[in-house]
Design a protein around this ligand. Sequence first.
Ligand code: HEM
Length: 147
Amino acid sequence: IDFGVRVNVWQPLLRACTFRIVWYLSGRLFELDPTLLTLFHYTTSCGSTQDCLASPEFLDHVTKVMLVIDAAVSNLDDLLSLEDFLLNLGRKHQAVGVHTQSFALVGESLLYMLQCSLGPAYTAPLRQAWLNMYSVVVAAMSRGWAE
Ligand code: HEM
């Protein structure tokens, strides 16, 4: 797969706008499917979606997602080296009741966040490079389901 160098906008973006990433990514995800919120077992009660988004458990998970994406970007030339980790991560998600189809919504939210953050720098080849990378990650996670 030719990811190109375009995915490398990631590291500066990650450093520059963590707050923005959390906001767009999570806001968009629960706009796409509010029922996903129930999969996070909050210790604090959530009066509204906004309350949930601000809860520490949820912010923690966004950071976890970002660390996985960061690992994938850092290992673009050798994504196979993440295979065991991702397979295991898939198993953990199956155990907490996540469906593989929901990963597509996370991907959509990720692209939405990039689009909002990059403005005109968000081009068709950039979008494609991200889709390629994210598809490899999700495919590896989804293999955790079959066994
Ligand atoms: C853990 C939900 C997608 C990365 C978890 C947990 C839940 C969860 C309930 C356990 C509690 C916690 O650690 O916060 C979901 C839902 C998803 C989703 C509902 C999508 C609809 C993803 C994606 C990634 C990811 C796409 C990475 C690309 C992680 C990591 C952990 C985790 C790294 C910690 C696993 C560990 O403890 O070893 N997720 N997740 N999640 N999730 Fe997700």
